[in-house]
Structure formats: C-alpha cells, structure tokens
Design a protein around this ligand. Sequence first.
Ligand SMILES: [Mg+2]
Length: 374
Amino acid sequence: MNIKSIEPIAISLPMLKPVIMAGEEVTRADNVLVRIETDDGLVGWGEAASAPVMTGDTLESIVSAVHYLSSVLRGRDPTDITGAHGAMDGRMYGNHGAKAAIEIALYDLAGKAANKPVHALLGIKKRSRMPLLAVVGGGDFDGDLRDAEKKKAAGFTAYKIKVGIDSAAKDAARTRAICEVLGPGLLISADANQGFSVEEAIAYARAVSGCGLDFFEQPVMADNLSGMAAVAAVDARIAIGADEGIHALDDIRRHHERHAARGVSLKAIKLGGIGAVVKAGQLCGDLGMSVNISCKTGESSVACAAALHVAAVIPNIDWGLTLTHTSLGADITGHPVPTLSSHTDALDRPGLGVEVDEDRVHRHRVRIASRDVA
Ligand SMILES: [Mg+2]
C-alpha cells in the first residue's frame, strides 16, 4: 500500500457564537483538511486550524506547505509514520500545522489498514472516559455568568474562562463572579492567551486569590519565562499553565526548570502531530506536570477525534480535554464526535473513528490560490 495523492482542502466553518480571547476574535473556523488516498483506494483524513498568533499558520501557508511536502510523501508506505516525519522534516523546517494535518491523516489510514483505533497505535489505553473542559469565552459579564450556569447544569466538571480581554480588575471581577456561580469541587481555569503584561497578570492573580481558580494559562507572552515565574510566585494555590509557549518537548523542560509553569496545554498543531503530543504527555508524566489536551478553537470532528485518541493513552489529563467541534455551527462528519456534555468516551472504531462527509467538505470549501511546487 502506497500513498497515491495528498490533497489539502481549505474550509471555513461557521461558529455557533464568536469566541473572544486576547488578540483574537474567532467568528469563523478557518481550517485545512488533508485527504490522503492510497493506491488501493483507502482514504485518510487529517486537519489543522489556521492559528496566526499561535503557530504562525494561515490557511494559505498550510495549503502551500502541504503541497510542498507532498513530493516526499507520495509513493511511501502510509503506515511508516516515523519515516514520513523524517522525510517532512528533511524537506521543510517548522510548519507544524501542515505536518500535524498530514500525520493525523496517516494515523487514520494506518488504523483503517490495521483495523485498529488510532489510540491503539499511539500507546496503551489508560482511560475510556475523559472529562471535557468547558470554555466560557464571551468576554461579557452577564453573558458569561449565564453560560457558566448553563454548563454547570449540563454537568461539566472542568471550566476555562477567557481573560486578558479587559482590564485585569474587570477580568478578575468577572472571574470571581463565575467562580461563585460554579461553586467548589470543580476544576476552574482562566486563560489570558498572552493578553496581560506581567504587572497586569500579577494584579489579576492577586485579585482572584482564594476564589477557587485552580490554574491560570499563558498569563503573559509565550517567551517571557521570567514573567511566567513571577506570576507563578503570587499564589501557590493558582498553578500557572503554558500554552502558546509550548512548541517542542524542550519548551516543556524549560518551563519546568524555571518554575514558569506547573502544567501545559498540548495541541497537535503546535507540536507537529499527535505522536509528538503523546511524547509530550509522557514527559509531563515524568516531570509531574499537569496536562490539558486541546484542539484549537473551531476544529472539526477530525482534529477532535485525533485529540481524543491522544487523551486516551497519555499518563494523565488532570487539566481535562478541550474539544472544540461543539462550538461549530456546522461539522464535516456525518456524525460528530459524540460528547455526553461533561465527558466523552474513547472512540474504538478503526482509524480516527469518524466518517468525513465529502459533500459537507465541499459545501464549506474555500478556494486558495497556491502554487503546486511538487
Ligand atoms: Mg490556551
């Protein structure tokens, strides 16, 4: 079995409602699907979200990179994923979004070929049921309180409040009010998406001290590790998490060594694939760091299924699993990844375990002018 074709497909999916975070308002989900077909007719799917402020990837850059990488992949055995990574890294530096989308499609193919779910190719299943992290991200005080109440009633046990949007004092007041609505016994986090200065992040952490916030993600710019450590020193009850700062295993080690973070959010688009996310999860287990497995805002059931397979095998997901297809107004699979409000179950069908509906894909397709260099 050899790879016959690799096609990047840019799509733009509607969001149910905009997600407002520091530096970005996501009103539509602009993602690239990768469709890989083998010479015996098997098809695998992968996906990467454009994420200009997180990975530097735009729709156009991901499409171009997939075209550029395809020449070293065509004709290869799709189940040799280590070999595919070597070939891609030899052809092109970085471009983790494109490499992740290709690798996820290869895992889908390898699983279908072996009649095994992707999690069985990634490791040993450690859990069948995973807690979902609910995002409260409207940025509006009353709307967020109603949203938090609704999600609590639906049974969610883990929450993330988007902050870094307003002043530290206003964001802290909104956080305190949401924590009060949610009450004790739940995992509650805030994510500033690099939106605060060190002084603002420290003021925010002081102002929310004692209100039940368990962790505070990416308070300041990704490369400011001394700033992260300064925020971490404010209140031992509020662990600091790194997200935008983690693009490689060494980033995790550096944050740990410098007391800049006690946990991380891991995404395939940042690390260059789900194999790398599993390795990062194992490293966090060795270092005693907390882990959230996450998709970028607005990824479809393809990327969400891939994240779910990772979450089933890594040592711990004590900071929950963030699936984002539930925030979409339209998905591209016939049946979206099923969620049971507060939890989701491992997918045990072959490959990713989701069926892409090509009619839906073409309905949401965006034409990207790109030079095919292969
Ligand atoms: Mg984040």
